[in-house]
Structures are given as structure tokens and as C-alpha cells.
Ligand binder design. Sequence first.
Ligand code: PMP
Ligand code: GLN
Length: 384
Amino acid sequence: TAARLHGIPPTIFAEMSALAAATGAVNLGQGFPDVDGPEKIIEEAVSALRSGRNQYAPGPGIPALREAVAAHQERHYGLTFDPAREVAVTTGATEGIAAAILALVDPGDEVILVEPYYDSYPAMVQFAGGVRRPVTLSLDPAAPGGRLPRAALEAQVSSRSKVLLLNSPHNPTGTVLTREELETVAAFARDHDLTVVSDEVYERLTFDGTPHIPIATLPGMRERTLTLSSIGKSYSFTGWKVGWATGSEHLVQALIGAKQWLTFTSGAPLQPAAAYALEHLDHWPKELALDLQERRDLLCAGLKGIGLDVTIPEGTYFAVSDIADLGWSDGLEFCRALPERAGVVAIPLQGFYDGDAGKHLVRWTFTKQRDVIEEALERLGKGQ
Ligand code: PMP
Ligand code: GLN
């Protein structure tokens, strides 16, 4: 195989979901809901399939979806984008990440990213021939200087730094960066003339009234930020792979320049359905977040009950726990043994760090129905 694939392990999500399937374990690993999103959106997709929306959509996406995305950004964040030039549809945020990095990073360029990172980020940086510079996110909300302090960011910057890859609400930790923390990141990006690629796929899934603040809304950031999101998490259609990018024209057009050679265009019949969701079911993600918050509480209380030290997430699908208190030191070993010992699957974090900082951390998803979470907790209680 080509050098660009060397050293990139198979994704842990595939290994752990296969383990769940093979052992019949309750899968609190890969983050996908066990209930689909609104029926009405499915009907829109079916009707698009039946009414001849089955040929290539325009490369940057159908106008209705680009307009719905622009309206969403304006309604929620006061950000205005020209749907014709400053919005692009992608095949999930995953393609958005790939196209953004391929469009912005030359061989030898450095990309500053937050660890633990979503695993497609380091893979894509390597595909582009870039070099990753990880900054470790603190799990302590009261950390001095914030969870991404300026000194930690400065330690990774050089004259080759081009892009800062940000993700808030953050997978896997559930961290939602505060305005102050984002201001630190924004000042750093401005001072070093970095382009920010901001992965905001969990933008609608925050808890306890925690606001999601797009970094593009901070002073001087709109022109240097490419924001990515998708239909997957907000509307519980993770398999649809309809995503979008917003940003100033030069950044979105650069992304389209790469995207046209990756997929050319994204799935046509799902685009009108995604537009419908954003336009007509704007309240739905809010209800989902409230429901998810209760399931977060159920899972976190249960994990604490069996002696795990859990960080309470402010958003996303995930909670992270330290397994040291259970007498384990290696999360991968713990997760590989867990289906046999307790009949549950979780995700070890160490593959999402360059160093050892995440070796004792394990991620659990609560985007499952209550009885599934209860069953997992009961099994964990017996299996410890
Ligand atoms: N970024 C993060 C942080 C994610 O958790 C996910 C979901 N797997 C993605 C991107 C990919 O989103 P999509 O399914 O829209 O490609
Ligand atoms: N975002 C989901 C997770 O982190 C799915 C990841 C994946 O399937 N690649 O679990």
C-alpha cells in the first residue's frame, strides 16, 4: 500500500462494533442512535426518490439545501453567508474534513489539532502530507487559562503552521468550549494567521443550557474559519452522510476545488430531505438534546455507581471515564476484555492521542434508548 496509509490503524469504531456484533454485547461504543430521526424527513427523502431526484445534484449542492444551511446559520448564530458562493454540501462532515485539509494543507505544512482527536483528522493530515501538532485538551472545566490554554497552543505553533482544526462540542470528551476558551483560540489563530477548520457536527446537542458558540462569530474569525456540520447528529440520521461547509468565499471555493475530485457531488435525493429538516423542523434537535440530557444523566449516574470517575459532558453523545479506579491502566485492554467480562462495548481513547495522556480513559455513548443503557449498566454492575 501507499506510504500515506502507513501507520494509520484500522478505525477503532469498526473493531469495537464488530466485537459487539460477534459477542452480543450491548454496544455503547460507536456513536449512533438506536432510533431514527423524524418520520416526516424520511417521507421527504422517499418522495424525492420517487419523483425523479435521482441524477447528479449540482457539485456544491442543491440550492434549496444551501439556502436552508445559510438560513440556519443566520437564525441560530447571526452569521450571514451567500448560499451561492459561501455554502457547499459535502458527503457528510467526513468529506468536509477531507476536502478542507486537502484544499488547505501542503506537504510539510503543520496542522494544530486538539487531542483527543476525531480519528479522521490525523488520517487526513497524513493523506495531505501534513504534520500534526496536537494540543491536549484538559478535562477540567476549571483549568487555569481554560481547557485549551494559550501556552499549550503556543507550544505547538511554528512558521509552518497553516491550519487549526477545532471541534466543539467535542468528540470524545463532550466538552463544549466556553466563549472565553474560544476567544483564546481565536486570538491565537489571528496572531499566527491560521485558518480554522471548525467541526461543529454536535452543534445542536448541548445540555443544561450550555450555548454552542461557533468560533466564526468571534471578531476577525469569519474570514479565516471554515465551519463544518451535517444532518447526522442533529436529526439522528448518521447514515445519511449529508454535510455542509460554510465560510467566506475563498475558503468554501477552495473546499469545493478539492471536493469536485473526491465525490464531484453528494447524494441527490437526501439533499431535499435535509433542506426540509433544517427549514421546517428547526425545533426537533432541541427536543432531542433534552431527551439525550436525561439519558446522559442516567448513564453517568450508573457509571459513577459502579465506581468509575466520569466527566459530565456538556454536549455530544459521549461521556468519558477514568478506569484507573477500577484497577485498570490500559483502556484498549479494558475495552477488548469488556464484552467477555460484562457484555458491554465501549471505546478506548488512547488511539485519539499522540502520547499516553488517554491510556486510562474510556468513552461510553448514551445515544441509546433508556432500556439499553439500563441493561448495559446492570451488566457492568455484575461484571466488575
Ligand atoms: N466529526 C465528528 C467529531 C464526529 O463525531 C463525526 C461523526 N462520526 C463526524 C465528524 C462525521 O460526520 P458525518 O457522519 O456527517 O460524516
Ligand atoms: N462519530 C461516531 C463516533 O465517534 C461515529 C464514528 C465512526 O463511525 N467513524 O462514535
